[in-house]
Write a protein that binds this ligand. Structure first.
Ligand SMILES: NC(=O)c1ccc[n+]([C@@H]2O[C@H](COP(=O)([O-])OP(=O)(O)OC[C@H]3O[C@@H](n4cnc5c(N)ncnc54)[C@H](O)[C@@H]3O)[C@@H](O)[C@H]2O)c1
Length: 335
């Protein structure tokens, strides 16, 4: 049984406390939050946990082997670094850090101290995304041509990060999981409409090379909630609609047929192929429960997490490049 502390009991922290409490291999003994009223709330819901306001109190306890950090993004680096220095395994909320050099430092520190560093890229533990990975890896889609991702809603405005750093880690980590590589370049545009410098609407274009391009739309101002990703391939295409209660993934056997004759191809004589639509069965397992079990398994058996520090670093590199591109009015940034 791995004894844990959860740091940050705001909006997301309670989900971590619940899942690590319910996991067979972990036990939450301490919840740490700088705000005592939040701790009172935690104690009421989870009477067996102790509440502490001082993070040093967590670090001082040798019995605590692992720390889950669900505090605002600007605090991730400092808290994760100190936990790793104190010999604790660390789960950090997304995004790992706000700076590339900070993420690199955490990855190196975890490696040096032989500790697990994992990022809560929650979607890579969700059944629909695992199904997407299975379909992409099977080669059923053929050669990948494009990815089109939309995550828009009348969103919770964050104070320390813009919509790209808040929402895009979800979609970028899904695509990172599917492809396992960084794009070679990107360009991004964004707009701030709330009277501050924090972008609330953004469009990111990622160039993965070999004809694969990906577009990400993230938005806190949309009147409707859309969470959809299309993965278009030469043989089939897939649509992941996270808002669909029963058929989150649909595979479309539709596309184009290119003629063999190069002259006809030059004249763009393309015929269309319209085949079946297939919706695979997908379980309702809770992603955070799976993440909690995986974190414990990595600690116990020395495994490398699916969403380890390296993937967290790749996402921070993309976010940082997107930020620079937005400041340069959509200028192309090489990765
Ligand atoms: N994986 C997901 O789907 C998901 C969803 C929502 C939020 N998040 C992430 O969770 C993190 C927290 O977001 P939130 O919306 O819960 O924020 P929040 O502001 O609601 O809660 C943060 C809590 O951290 C506490 N805190 C701040 N600094 C602290 C410190 N130094 N020591 C101890 N406690 C401290 C605050 O008092 C607050 O209670 C962010 O990184 C966010 O990106 C992830």
């Amino acid at each position: 049984m791995i004894e844990m502390a959860v740091v940050g009991y705001g909006y997301w922290g309670p989900n971590l406390v619940r899942n690590f409490s319910e996991c067979d291999d972990t036990r939450v003994s301490v919840v740490c939050d700088a705000d005592a009223t939040r701790l009172a709330r935690a104690r009421k819901r989870f009477p067996s946990v102790e509440g502490v306001t001082d993070f040093d109190e967590v670090l001082r306890r040798p019995a605590i082997q692992a720390v889950a950090i669900a505090t605002p993004v600007r605090t991730h680096y400092e808290l994760a670094r100190r936990a790793l220095e104190a010999g604790k395994h660390v789960l950090v909320e997304k995004p790992l850090t706000m700076r590339v050099d900070h993420a690199e430092e955490l990855v190196a520190l975890a490696k040096k101290n032989g500790l697990v560093l994992m990022v809560d890229h929650i979607f890579v533990y969700s059944p629909p995304v695992l199904k997407m990975k299975e379909i992409v890896d099977s080669g059923k889609l053929g050669k990948l041509f494009f990815i089109d991702s939309v995550r828009i809603n009348l969103g919770l405005f964050q104070h320390d990060v813009n919509v790209v750093w808040d929402l895009a880690p979800h979609d970028l980590s899904i695509v990172d999981f599917l492809l396992g590589k960084l794009p070679r370049a990107l360009s991004a545009v964004g707009g701030a409409h709330a009277g501050n410098e924090i972008e609330d609407v953004a469009y990111l274009n990622l160039d993965y090379g070999d004809g694969l391009i990906a577009n990400f739309h993230v938005n806190w101002l949309s009147p409707v909630k859309v969470r959809q990703m299309i993965v278009g391939g030469s043989d089939r295409s897939l649509i992941y609609n996270d808002m669909d209660p029963s058929e989150k993934i649909k595979v479309y056997d539709r596309g184009i047929n290119l003629g063999e004759d190069p002259e006809k191809r030059r004249q763009v004589l393309i015929s269309y192929r319209s085949g079946d639509v297939w919706a695979p069965n997908i379980s309702n397992a809770e992603p955070l429960a799976r993440l909690a079990a995986h974190f414990a398994d990595c600690i116990t058996h020395g495994k490398t997490p699916v969403s380890g520090g390296e993937s967290g670093l790749r996402i921070v590199k993309i976010l940082d490049a997107a930020q620079r591109s937005i400041k340069a009015q959509g200028g192309r940034v090489m990765l």
